[in-house]
Write a protein that binds this ligand. Structure first.
Ligand code: HDE
Length: 724
């Protein structure tokens, strides 16, 4: 067969696999149109009036149509997830690009080109279902692979380590971070006494705190964050050999954060910011994409790092074990129904397939119990695996029976094994080499309720993280600690936190402490507290580049990426549109989008007397909804904008949030209103000042594109002087 035909057949087969889940889900969908009926199928004759004893009389109990409607409504809510309640989901596929057959027998990791359908749910951790998307928090990154051997769930986060080492502490951690129990405040925020009280008394949280105070915890988009399996797992190959493995998701669009002031404002202006961003990108055909990477560690190397692979507060720096890219994840379809899919999806790290197994990480071990258990109260019984979104695409059969909401109808007399009645011949599960085989790890040790001493070092990786940050990233971390601790009312808690930080880096601790009205950080006091162990593993590296968000995810990627970036174009009557149109067209070609913003909807008149349609107003789409701002030229337009407080605020705020700004011709007037960039003549990072004449346009386009691609210009001067 010619190769191209083979390739075409392979592709057709691959997409068939990816569509398996969609086909299955379609059989459960219900059209929105048609006559209204009761749940029993009776046509409803009148959907506005209840049945009454007389035209002005009381309603009758007999009215089963009213009763059914109200009863169903009364029971519409289910308990929200106890953590990760707020989330957004999408369908897509995972395509293997490099066979992992050397390490694992998992079917979906054998044949490059094979596509496996997936459902992914991103989430915040602490907030309730209706909380804002852009709060400072860890993000969940949960992937359900509907493989031909059963469902595999990789239930990870956007941060590669965790707050605690043992599942025993999880309820305490979550009780501490959730709203305080007496008055249920604050919502979706760690900036309060109970969280920092707990954290300060648990030095093992320190490494994760560093990540949580970094811009990782305020991502620009779900599409622009990394994902991590966090724990060490095992791959088991066809010969039964085991390797340890850590999973990484690397976003195609790079990893980017918001400014903290911006994140807080977005929480009010558009609480659905991340959910909307994901939905709109997919709806517009800009399918979010990640690469799957693995760090593979031979069993005999596992003890060689100094820190323990079973300790979820540790990562393995990529310099020590490189990440190999083995596949890609593409999200290409929005759910049909939020409740049926995103809310009812039930992830579980214990959903594994043959070839993937657990490590003894005591945090992971606790999770293996929790996830099925929690669905029992959340989804109302043991049959949640039958919900359409949770069904595997391969057949399943066993003799578990009955329970709330059973949907399948098991046939026949037999519900036990072994039996001879189901088919007339003897049937028993043979206990052989078929199916999932637990890795036969040797176990010879006494039962013990203690922490391994190999988990004792709580600071060396926190220091590694700190040393890996750029100066601006360090500033953001310091500011985040200061903000959070300034909300803590008990000074002794603030003091304990900075005492612990002194073991990460003395300068960091001093800086954090400065505005907090407490004493100097006291490393000795921290070391004297119970729970503190003075152990430091010597790492072979001082810093690790991939830990900085400023290190590109894919250093070999081509050119500046501005795809899906949003640019606001500020206009008023008299706007000169020549250069503006050239820039917008170049932005569109590069996959970015531009929206025309003015003080009112409708049209503005251009300098040549044409009408320019306005997309949004300054009030309904403020600067925090955009990645960059363009102010075209035109004398009366520039004057009008400079006299408009909303327009000035728009640019000031974009300046403060270090976004790319391009001003053309008289549009530069608006910049001059910024005390911070006095006359606009000095080169300010990310501020592009151009002329209206056609010959300068290519350079203008190039400079503005490069400025947007840089995401943010954190080193911009005088940002604090801007009162936005
Ligand atoms: Fe979870 N976690 N978790 N977790 N987790 C849940 O399960 C739990 C942990 C993570 O989009 C719950 O179905 C325990 C680490 C994500 O539906 C619950 C421990 C990581 C999601 C639960 C942990 C996670 C959850 C709540 C410590 C990163 C959302 C609802 C022993 C690797 C999944 C539910 C979704 C959800 C328990 C720690 C990630 C209660 C006991 C570490 C992404 O079962």
């Amino acid at each position: 067969m010619p190769q191209s035909k083979q390739e075409a057949q392979r592709k057709a087969k691959a997409s068939e696999g990816a569509a398996a889940k969609q086909k299955q889900l379609e059989s459960y969908t219900q059209p929105a149109e048609g006559v209204l009926t009761t749940n029993q199928g009776l046509v409803v004759p009148d959907n506005h009036n209840s049945l009454k004893a007389g035209i002005r009389g009381p309603s009758l109990l007999e009215d089963f149509i009213l009763r059914e409607k109200i009863t169903h409504f009364d029971h519409e809510r289910i308990p929200e997830r106890v953590v990760h309640a707020r989330g957004a989901g999408a369908h897509g596929y995972f395509e293997l690009t490099k066979s992992l057959s050397e390490y694992t027998r998992a079917d979906f990791l054998q044949e490059p080109g094979l596509r496996t359908p997936v459902f992914v749910r991103f989430s915040t951790v602490a907030g309730s279902r209706g909380s804002a998307d852009t709060v400072r928090d860890v993000r969940g990154f949960a992937v359900k692979f509907y493989t031909r051997e059963g469902n595999y769930d990789l239930v990870g986060n956007n941060i590669p380590v965790f707050f605690i080492q043992d599942a025993m502490k999880f309820p305490d951690l979550i009780h501490a971070v959730k709203p305080e129990p007496h008055h249920e405040m604050p919502q979706a925020a760690s900036a309060h006494d109970t969280f920092w009280d707990f954290a300060s008394l648990m030095p093992e949280t320190t490494h994760m705190l560093m990540w949580a105070m970094s811009d990782r915890a305020i991502p620009r988009s779900y599409r622009m964050m990394e994902g991590f399996g966090v724990h060490t797992f095992r791959f088991i190959n066809a010969r039964g050999a085991s390797h340890f493995v850590k999973f990484h998701w690397k976003p195609k669009l790079g990893k980017h954060g918001l400014a903290w002031d911006e994140a807080q404002k977005i929480a009010g202006k558009d609480a659905d910011f991340h959910r909307r961003d994901l939905w709109e990108s997919i709806a517009q055909g800009n399918f979010p994409e990640w690469e799957l990477g693995v760090q593979i560690i031979p069993e005999d190397k596992a003890q060689s790092f100094g820190f323990d692979l079973l300790d979820a507060t540790k990562l393995i720096p990529e310099e020590m074990v490189p990440v190999t890219i083995v596949g890609r994840l593409v999200l290409n379809r929005n759910p049909e129904n939020f409740f049926a899919e995103t809310e009812q999806v039930a992830f579980h790290p214990g959903h594994v397939v043959p070839g993937i197994d657990f490590s003894n990480d005591p945090l992971l071990q606790g999770r293996l119990f929790s996830y099925t258990d929690t669905q029992l109260s959340r989804l109302g019984g043991p049959n949640f695996h039958e919900l359409p979104i949770n069904r595997g695409v391969c057949p399943f059969h066993n003799f578990q029976r009955d329970g709330m909401h059973r949907m399948t109808i098991p046939r026949g007399q037999v519900s036990y094994e072994p039996n001879s009645l189901a088919t007339g011949s003897e049937f028993r599960v043979d206990g052989g080499q078929q199916g999932f085989q637990s890795h036969p790890e040797e176990m010879e040790s006494p039962k013990i309720r203690r922490r391994s001493p190999s988990f004792d070092d709580h600071f060396s990786q926190a220091t590694l993280f700190w040393n890996s940050q750029s100066p601006s990233e360090k500033d953001h971390i310091v500011a985040a600690f200061q903000f959070e601790l300034s909300k803590v009312e008990v000074p002794a808690i603030r003091q304990r936190v900075v005492d612990n930080l002194a073991h990460v880096d003395a300068k960091l601790a001093r800086k954090v402490a400065e505005p907090l009205g407490i004493g100097l950080p006291d490393a000795k006091a921290a070391a004297g507290r119970s729970g503190f162990r003075d152990v430091r593993v010597k790492l072979p590296i001082e810093a690790s580049a991939p830990l900085s968000m400023e290190t590109p995810v894919n250093p070999n990627g081509n050119g500046p990426v501005i795809a899906t970036r949003k640019v606001a174009v500020l206009v008023a009557d008299g706007v000169e549109v020549g250069a503006m149109r050239a820039i917008i067209s170049a932005l569109n070609d590069a996959g970015a989008s531009a929206k025309i913003i003015s003080s009112r909807l409708g049209n503005v008149a251009t300098s040549s007397g044409q009408q320019l349609a306005v997309d949004h107003t300054f009030a309904n789409m403020p600067s925090v909804m955009f990645d960059a701002v363009l102010v075209p030229g035109g004398a009366s337009h520039a004057q009008a904008l400079a006299a408009n407080g909303d327009a000035v605020h728009f640019v000031l705020e974009a300046y403060k949030h270090c976004k790319a700004i391009c001003v053309i011709g008289e549009g530069a007037e608006l910049l001059r209103t910024l005390g911070a960039v006095a006359d606009g003549s000095a080169a300010v990072p990310g501020v592009v000042i151009g002329r209206n004449d056609p010959p300068s346009r290519p350079q203008l386009v190039q400079d503005f594109t490069a400025a947007i691609a840089k995401h943010r210009h954190w080193t911009r001067p005088n940002v604090d002087a801007v009162p936005a």
